[in-house]
Design a protein around this ligand. Structure first.
Ligand SMILES: Cc1cc2nc3c(=O)[nH]c(=O)nc-3n(C[C@H](O)[C@H](O)[C@H](O)COP(=O)(O)O)c2cc1C
Length: 343
């Protein structure tokens, strides 16, 4: 109520990235005191525990925050206070980078969607690991989503992933290998079979060499055919991975209410939110068909309501993540989803 009637209209008056920065800095500030945390929690509402074990990890319930919202792990305590069972930080690259030029984030209100070409703006995996050192494991599960720096060519991409894994190895609970962002030129080429096999095998070996290996997941694009999605999923299983995340944002622009002219003006970027719901649910179905029960399936894309969560879990998802839904529905999202389930 407070969010939809007062906070969202104020935030939506600002350009999308400014609104994002305001929200994150408020959360970062409030999370530091017990009063602040109480305020955050009261905005979220009570969230019930509904424990589930996935990839050997204990999740309080299936719904978490997708990568990209808290790239640098600055506000995880506050975000956990809103009830997410897990938070995927990142995408983190081994070296800090500014990302693409602004404006690079757009809100499509009538479509309940976002378009972004952020380009992995982040302070780097070392800075994030220092912040994550201070976290309390009881808050929830933290995933470390990693990618390559923009200036690293694909031939050397493996080195970037391994570097970030080493920076984050003691502070995250699982790793996500991001090969599906549309905003780092050439990154999606890593989804091609030969390159992918080399990458996933190297990551698996590195992880195995750690004292405390972490579950490994790979995040894939919705802009692939069913065959491609299924062969990547099978390859991930063959390479010893523990989960597949479907999906990242799409470069598609079909079925939008907003005018073609406005969309054209916004330019390139990944589309997320409501228009992605069906495509990502289809991807979950295909992934599940390919991996059966051998590894975890994590569904993400256009989740706004309890029904959207059910659509993903019915399609085979063990866990569900949200990003755009949280921007539109606000802090009470997890509570609202759980309340709808109880009805
Ligand atoms: C502004 C923005 C930034 C994102 N950044 C990342 C990122 O850094 N790494 C990543 O794997 N996914 C990123 N994503 C994709 C989301 O994690 C998610 O896969 C996608 O938005 C679909 O979910 P949604 O429809 O709930 O937003 C980003 C999405 C948005 C909207």
């Amino acid at each position: 109520m407070l969010y939809s009637k007062i906070i969202r209209p104020i935030l939506f008056n600002f350009p999308a990235e400014t609104a994002h920065n305001i929200t994150m800095s408020q959360l970062e500030l409030l999370q530091q005191s017990s009063l602040g945390r109480l305020i955050i929690q009261s905005m979220g509402g009570p969230v019930a525990s509904n424990p589930i074990k996935v990839m050997g990890l204990d999740f309080k319930h299936p719904v978490g925050l997708a990568a990209g919202l808290d790239k640098d792990a600055k506000a995880i305590r506050g975000l956990f206070q809103l009830g997410f069972s897990h938070i995927e930080v990142g995408t983190l690259t081994p070296r800090p980078q500014p990302g693409n030029e602004k404006p690079r984030l757009y809100r499509l209100k009538e479509d309940q969607a976002l378009i972004n070409r952020m380009g992995f703006n982040n302070e780097g995996s070392i800075a994030a690991s220092k912040r994550l050192l201070k976290r309390d494991k009881s808050w929830g599960i933290v995933g470390g989503n990693i990618g390559r720096n923009k200036l690293t060519v694909n031939e050397n991409a493996v080195d970037d992933y391994l570097l970030s894994m080493n920076h984050l190895r003691d502070v995250v609970d699982y790793f996500t290998i991001n090969i599906s962002s549309p905003n780092t030129p050439g990154l999606r080429d890593l989804q091609h079979e030969k390159a992918l096999k080399r990458l996933l095998e190297a990551i698996y070996q590195e992880n195995k060499s750690f004292n405390n290996p972490k579950p490994l997941t790979v995040k894939i694009s919705p802009d692939l055919s069913k065959d491609e999605i299924q062969s990547i999923s099978r390859l991930a299983v063959d390479c010893g991975f523990n989960g597949v995340i479907g999906t990242n944002t799409t470069i598609g622009r079909t079925g939008l209410k907003i005018s073609d002219r406005t969309i054209e003006k916004m330019g390139n970027g990944g589309l997320s939110g409501r228009p992605l719901s069906k495509r990502s649910t289809d991807a979950v179905t295909w992934i599940k068909e390919a991996v059966k029960d051998s590894v975890a399936v994590i569904g993400v894309g256009g989740v706004f309501t309890a029904q959207d969560v059910l659509d993903k879990t019915n399609a085979g998802a063990d866990l569900v993540q949200v990003y755009s839904g949280f921007v539109f529905n606000g802090p009470s999202m997890i509570h609202d989803i759980q309340r709808a389930w109880r009805k």
